[in-house]
Design a protein around this ligand. Structure first.
Ligand SMILES: C[S@@+](CC[C@H](N)C(=O)[O-])C[C@H]1O[C@@H](n2cnc3c(N)ncnc32)[C@H](O)[C@@H]1O
Length: 393
């Protein structure tokens, strides 16, 4: 390695293979090689790949999960890498469910479109099989209704009830006392003055359901995610099943990953256009971004690294982690070069999704999916902490 360059000697045959692979994705050979090398190194650091036919280290895991409000599966991806296995998952949104199945199901679908405020235990059992007895329940109900950035909050918002729906389902499922743990994720706004009574209420429901409850706000950037993303996590442990369990939150890492380390090596994305088929996008099906129509993108110096024009034009800084990936439809962060917004794929990498992961739906759906996911690396370290506390192998 010299002056930030890594020189690798390859023979002519190897050179042709590399060129062909890069050409197939329509990207320059050097950028292709750099991103392949980086992706492989990251997988080595953060755990194995996402290939769905490697559901866990052993290929099949007995650590089966029920995933509620599964979204695109960020939380499940982290748990999968730690050796858990989502047996069945639910979300009300079609793009979430097809994304989940594309990345996690090995044959038959495991995720289903359902309104969880209406689902019954009988229906869950019918879909998952009569012997279904998950070891854990994971999920984060929608957070927009509690988010401080949502200026249109309303007391009547039906989404306020969804954490209670989660707690009640957990209670019913745990009637037989077989659920070892649960994990719940949400935004810090839930602890604000306006919603704290709701938070206390469902925490009480979790305790009544038979769990010792631990709560903490964690920032994903301390867990190998190149993004400043603060979220509340509640971990519940069934003390009847695990009387000796001692809960420890995962330790923060010193190293903070940056935008540059994560997306600098990528080729330019394509722009969204009417009728574009994502499978024709070179490099990765999610490497597309919104057309940069605003004059600001054409005016040199208008969009400066690290600066923000209101909520709509926040330009990322190369050598810092990203601001929170939580975009309104037209508020995707601006790329540090100031010429365009991030592609969906860049946002996915800033969320620590593995390079093979693919989001489904149109570009607006993908903006929503990537924004709402739990960062998989954050989930991975929580899942490992749960395994350690419960002495799961
Ligand atoms: C915060 S996201 C979950 C993200 C997910 N944990 C992940 O890591 O990818 C919340 C999800 O709840 C879903 N949702 C909202 N209302 C629902 C309902 N009534 N029933 C089922 N899912 C619902 C939304 O579609 C959204 O995908």
């Amino acid at each position: 390695m010299r002056n930030g360059k890594i020189m690798i000697r390859v023979n002519p045959e190897e050179h042709t293979i590399i060129e062909q692979a890069a050409g197939k994705q329509g990207v320059p050979t050097a950028s292709w090689a750099r991103s392949q090398l980086l992706n492989s190194a990251r997988r080595n650091i953060h755990g194995e790949s996402t290939l769905k036919n490697q559901s866990s280290k052993s290929g099949k895991s007995s650590l089966s999960l029920l995933s509620l409000f599964c979204g695109p599966g960020g939380l499940d991806e982290g748990f999968r890498r730690a050796g858990f296995n989502t047996k069945i998952a639910f979300d009300i949104d079609k793009a979430c469910v097809s994304t989940f199945n594309r990345n996690h199901a090995k044959g038959d679908p495991i995720a289903f479109v359902r309104d969880l405020s209406k689902i019954t235990l009988k229906e869950i059992k019918e879909l998952a099989g009569p012997d279904f007895s998950p070891i854990g329940v994971i999920g984060g109900p929608p957070c927009q209704s509690f988010s401080v950035s949502n200026v249109h909050q309303s007391e009547e918002d039906p989404r306020h009830k969804l954490p209670e729906v989660y707690a009640e389902l957990l209670n019913k499922l745990n009637k037989a006392g077989t659920i070892s743990f649960f994990l719940f994720e949400n935004v810090p706004g839930l602890l604000g003055e306006r919603h704290i009574h709701r938070y206390n209420k469902f925490k009480e429901l979790f305790t009544k359901a038979g769990f010792e409850v631990h709560e903490k706000s964690l920032n994903a950037m301390n867990y190998n995610v190149p993004q400043d993303r603060e979220r509340i996590f509640i971990v519940g442990i069934n003390k009847k099943l695990h009387p000796n369990a001692v809960w420890n939150w995962p330790k923060a890492f010193k190293k903070i990953y940056t935008v540059r380390e994560t997306i600098e090596s990528l080729p330019d994305p394509v722009f969204n256009e009417k009728g574009r088929d994502p499978s024709t996008i070179p490099f990765h099906p999610n490497h597309w971004c919104m057309v940069p129509r605003s004059q600001k993108f054409q005016t040199p110096g208008a969009l400066v690294e690290g600066q923000a024009w209101g909520r709509s034009f926040r330009t990322l800084q190369w050598d810092s982690p990203s601001w929170t990936v939580a975009y309104g439809n037209r508020e995707v962060h601006v790329h540090p070069n100031g010429n365009r917004r991030l592609s969906i794929y860049e946002a996915m990498l800033l969320q620590s999704f593995p390079p093979e992961y693919v989001l489904e739906g149109n570009i607006s759906a993908q903006v929503r999916l990537v924004s709402e996911a739990v960062a998989p690396n954050m989930a991975f370290y929580l899942a490992k902490a749960i395994k350690a506390a419960l002495s799961f192998k």
